[in-house]
Design a protein around this ligand. Structure first.
Ligand code: MEV
Length: 435
């Protein structure tokens, strides 16, 4: 009996009971999992339960630290939330590498966010233009109740304009609004302003028959495409300082530049290349309570801005100096939303010494660049699997139920060997007697 009416009205315990009975043959064990992940601090548990509808448990991810990130001369200890084994180690390695080569140079280029009222208009364009010019001051005035506080702090609505999109879709127009939301991500603020614009539009249209009979507002929503909320980070050093493993510095730089050229030329490589960058960015975004889906959507759209999906990072050599940089749009906040609510998010922001949103843009983009440097460096030298599987070893051992003594023996055993799941499993069987 898998269909259920009124699930959201059940108590949390009833929801768990129903799930355990419906989906688990050993319903005692299933209950015990949910109980284990229930926080003993009831207030904390309630806080988490109230983030979303139908919460029945907590889902833990590791909260890790990547130290020694030098950005614009300041050293950051970066909190990262991610499940993938090798990401934090790679970020830390890249941070250390660049620390002794001048560190990361970051710059916020712009901080403008945007949203649209999407509507259809079937009348004369000149009538619409005239109507828009008349009601624009009223739209701004009516939104004052929403914008007053933001304006006091120096932000608010920066512009509203009428955009003709009829060449892309018949009768389609937009009210295109731009915003400065300071240290807030600003999603609620922007959406409230846009809905207020729609309301003013409707109210005013009543007095203009040439408009009133000819429009349909379809939706009012912020855009997660924020190419005007942009941050750039770069590193550089003489190529001779890049010597690693089996390559001298010049060879390494040439190979690295070629690897980036491939990511620019080939969408399949670009996707994986950018995924590696997002390993770094997302883990900072998650640790600081920001919306990683918004960031992901915006970043990938930006990667395709030329009409072709390409690398978010660029590399080149000039006068024997290797340059490597990233440019990404990041709409993030360090106030509002989860930042004031989730205790670990507050802790993460404290570790970052309470950054502004601009500073957080720089930190997240830096970790993305570092991650890409680490990944591409591995790929063009020893390959990715060696490091990856080493980090993954503990997951394999946990899966196979190894104890501490067995883990220690096997970690040592595979120190200088390439490992596979099968080999680990075979060696573990031979040392099952260790305690
Ligand atoms: C794995 O999570 C990320 C990489 O595949 C990124 C890359 O290939 O550049 C290693």
């Amino acid at each position: 009996m898998k269909k259920i009416e009124g699930f959201s009205k059940l108590t949390k315990q009833q929801k768990i009971d129903w799930l355990c009975e419906t989906y688990f043959s050993d319903d005692k064990q299933a209950h015990s999992y949910f109980e284990k992940y229930h926080n003993a601090d009831e207030n904390l548990q309630k806080l988490h339960d109230e983030f979303i509808e139908n919460a029945i448990s907590n889902y833990y991810l590791p909260f890790a630290i990547a130290p020694n990130f030098v950005i614009n001369g300041k050293t950051y200890t970066v909190p990262m939330v991610i499940e993938e084994s090798s990401v934090v180690a790679a970020a830390s390695r890249a941070a250390k590498f660049w620390e002794s080569r001048g560190g990361f140079k970051a710059e916020v280029i712009s901080t403008e966010k945007n949203g649209q009222v999407h509507f259809m208009f079937y009348g004369e364009k000149t009538d619409l233009e005239c109507f828009f010019t008349k009601i624009k001051p009223k739209m701004l005035a009516d939104a004052q109740v929403i914008t007053a506080n933001m304006e006091k702090r120096g932000g608010g609505i920066t512009d509203i304009r009428l955009v003709d999109k009829t060449s892309e879709l018949a009768n389609y127009y937009q009210l295109f609004a731009t915003f400065e939301t300071l240290d807030a991500m600003g999603a609620n603020f922007i959406n409230s302003c846009l809905e207020s614009f729609s309301q003013t539009f409707r109210q005013e249209a009543v007095n203009f028959p040439e408009i009133d009979e000819n429009y349909e507002i379809v939706m009012s929503i912020l855009s997660n495409y924020v190419p005007e909320c942009l941050v750039r980070v770069e590193v550089s050093c003489p190529t001779e300082r890049l010597a690693v493993a089996n390559l001298d510095g010049k060879e390494f730089a040439e190979k690295f530049v070629r690897a980036i050229a491939i990511a620019n030329a080939e969408v399949r490589r670009a996707t994986t290349h950018n995924k590696g960058i997002m390993n770094g960015i997302d883990s900072v975004i998650l640790a600081t309570g920001n919306d990683f889906r918004a960031v992901e959507a915006g970043v990938h759209a930006y990667a395709a801005r030329s009409g072709k999906y390409q690398s978010l990072t660029q590399a080149f050599v000039e006068d024997d100096v290797f340059h490597f940089k990233i440019e990404v749009p990041l709409a993030v906040g360090t106030v509002g939303g989860l930042t004031n609510l989730h205790p670990l998010v507050k802790t993460a922001l404290q570790i970052l010494e309470k950054p502004s949103a601009k500073e957080l843009m720089q930190i997240a983009a830096t970790v993305g660049l570092a991650q890409n440097f680490a990944a591409v460096s591995s790929l063009i030298t020893l390959g990715i699997q060696r490091g990856h599987m080493k980090m993954h070893l503990m997951n394999i051992l946990n899966q196979l139920g190894a104890n501490d003594a067995q883990k220690q023996y096997i970690t040592e055993y595979f120190k200088d060997k390439t490992l596979t799941y099968r080999d680990v499993s075979a060696v573990l069987e031979s040392v099952r007697h260790l305690n």
